[in-house]
Design a protein around this ligand. Sequence first.
Ligand code: SF4
Length: 189
Amino acid sequence: MGLLKLLEQWPVVRQLKEGDALALGPAVQSPRSKALKPRIDEAEHVVQSICPYCAVGCGQLVYVKGGEVTHIEGDPASPISRGRLCPKGQASKSYVQSPLREYKVKYRRPYGTAWEELSLDDAMEMIARRIVDTRADTWEYETSDGAPANRTTAIAHLGGATLDNEENYLIKKLYTALGIVCVENQARI
Ligand code: SF4
């Protein structure tokens, strides 16, 4: 590197040359910090959304490029969260785009030691068959006092925090119709 080039990089020279006498602006930028860009810089549009993880319902801004989510951050316009997201909400981009996301049904048979992949049709058929058989085998028409029951306690459901209100509503409606009374959610345990 020539002497002149070296001199030009000297902060005092840069401050004077770039009119930044107090070194509060471009004179103190390294080549790396000059090249830095906000991660939302190349987004084509932004969509207002709600975090799917829990019942707090924090507001999110979802940045999109080429039909893919590029970044998610808190929405300052949300009266609930006012721009904030907890770590789960901050990480929710990976809910749609993680390379670890599963796209196949996983099944571990009784006493099995490894997961097997099932087609969705096979899994649905297996679940429907087990529900029908379990209801037939364990149906209670009455309680021990003789009051009407019409239920089975041999099937239970445990929901997860990524279920939204609408999904929970449909789940409870389905299970009530099936006579399943043991319905719980991970968020309450
Ligand atoms: S950001 Fe956190 S607190 Fe807010 S809805 Fe999502 S999971 Fe719940």
